[in-house]
Design a protein around this ligand. Structure first.
Ligand code: PLP
Length: 432
């Protein structure tokens, strides 16, 4: 499979290059040159297969030219030692829980798979790779956990001091070994600038094989398609068309759903649901794409004013607004509505949702009011509620049990290197 740049059709890369480069030189996004279809036989028996069996089948269809089936199986087994169960929270309403991985957010699927795929390629080349990544919170945790102990790869994570939650900070700073956390006296934008400058610096690029692990890497998109298939498999016996509600920020998750759909997954509709950062819902209703500076909300992992995967999402529909709208409906909700959604589900069923998940719940409820059809609604739960403990407990006026994994983390010792936001100092540290 070759991957082409959304900006220049003739710029293509192999899977290996697309994975290590992350971005084509023209700053477009990599897209698969063609989208393989899964066999009817597979779709007819999907309900009898485990998550990893489904992942191997879908992964092999996409990567089979570059990686043998046995190796795809190894990469999948190495990546996913956790499940993605669906849980019923109301009539025809299911939560797809994507938070059972090590950082307890859906980004674990992408980060683990990227780490396994990179290490598959490195095993053949003996190269040593240094990954640099800036994080505003969740990505860093998933990347740190995903690459922990992976041979041949070291990871340096830059995070803004005082601007990530306690749990998020502990996820970055307690692992050690091949994971180093740099606590930057500055903002997330400073962290991102330092990383960008490093990739352009001749001394650094001469000394290290630098790679990026950011969210537009194609190897993070691919594994996110697997759980859409798995959700379908788990609800297939209900015999109704499926509507997926996706709480969205950079729109990688939704793009992966569309990829699954184009590979042959029967989907009735996708709901693109956001907080007040509603660029995409507005695009869906007006056809105008007007990014704006992000607004702070309680579902902060979705506070994105200029979604990096928007180009990919529309490219899957040949950049045709009518085609996008034929499959995707947009909704957005403010913080009060989000809290109301969290309370409504909790009061009715005792089920606790994180704020991002509640945004998707609200979207599904809204769509159900407008729709005349009978369908199975699946909403994606992108993070464990305990990652947002204070907010969730305040909203529900109740205490929420903390999973042991997070509890243990809080008592571990933070190890981070403090750094100012000047590039020269960052560079000196790396060369150090
Ligand atoms: C990253 C994130 C999102 C947004 O996902 P995108 O793929 O960027 O749209 C939603 N919820 C949580 C908890 C996240 O960490």
């Amino acid at each position: 499979m070759l991957f082409y740049s959304t900006k220049t059709r003739s710029i293509t890369a192999s899977l290996e290059d697309a994975v290590f480069r992350s971005l084509p030189a023209d700053n477009g996004l990599y897209m698969p040159e063609f989208i393989p279809k899964l066999s009817d036989q597979f779709m007819a028996t999907i309900q009898d297969r485990s998550f990893n069996e489904i992942a191997v089948e879908v992964g092999h269809a996409l990567l089979g030219d570059d990686i043998s089936r046995d190796d795809v199986e190894k990469i999948v087994d190495n990546s996913f030692s956790f499940e993605a169960p669906v849980v019923e929270v109301g009539p025809d309403t299911f939560v797809l829980e994507l938070f059972h991985g090590s950082s307890m957010a859906f980004k674990d699927f992408g980060a683990r798979f990227m780490a396994s795929l990179m290490s598959h390629f490195l095993a053949k080349s003996q190269k040593e790779i240094k990954i640099l990544v800036a994080t505003s919170g969740d990505t860093g945790g998933a990347v740190a956990q995903g690459f922990y102990n992976v041979p041949g790869i070291s990871v340096t994570i830059l995070y803004p001091s005082g601007k990530v939650s306690d749990i998020q900070e502990k996820q970055l700073t307690t692992l050690g070994k091949n994971i180093t956390a740099l606590e930057v006296d500055g903002t997330f934008d400073d962290c991102q600038r330092l990383v960008k400058e490093a990739f352009l610096d001749a001394d650094l690029t001469a000394k290290f094989n630098l790679a990026s692990a950011n969210s537009i890497n194609i190897s993070r998109l691919i594994p996110q398609s697997f759980y859409y298939f798995s959700a379908f498999a788990q609800t297939k016996h209900l015999g109704k068309p499926v509507v997926f509600s996706v709480p969205s920020g950079n729109f990688g998750n939704l793009s992966a759903g569309v990829l699954a759909y184009q590979m042959g997954l029967p989907v009735q509709r996708f709901l693109a649901v956001t907080n007040r950062n509603n660029v995409v819902p507005r695009y869906l209703s007006s056809s105008l794409y007007e990014p704006f500076p992000s607004i702070e909300t309680i579902s902060n992992a979705m506070d994105v004013g200029s979604p990096s995967n928007f180009v990919r999402l529309t490219r899957f529909f040949e950049d045709d607004w009518e085609q996008v709208r034929s499959m995707v409906s947009g909704y957005y909700f403010d913080d009060d509505q989000t809290r109301k959604g969290m309370r409504e589900v909790y009061d009715r069923t005792g089920y606790v949702m994180c704020p991002h998940t509640a945004v998707a719940y609200n979207g599904l409820q809204e769509y159900r009011k407008e729709s005349e059809e009978d369908f199975t609604g699946v909403l994606l739960a992108t993070a464990h509620p305990a990652k947002f403990l204070d907010l969730v407990e305040n909203t529900l006026e109740s205490t929420v049990p903390i999973p042991e994994r997070l509890e243990n983390l809080l008592s571990m010792e933070k190890k981070a290197i403090s750094l100012n936001a000047r590039f020269e100092d960052f560079k000196a540290y790396l060369l150090g």
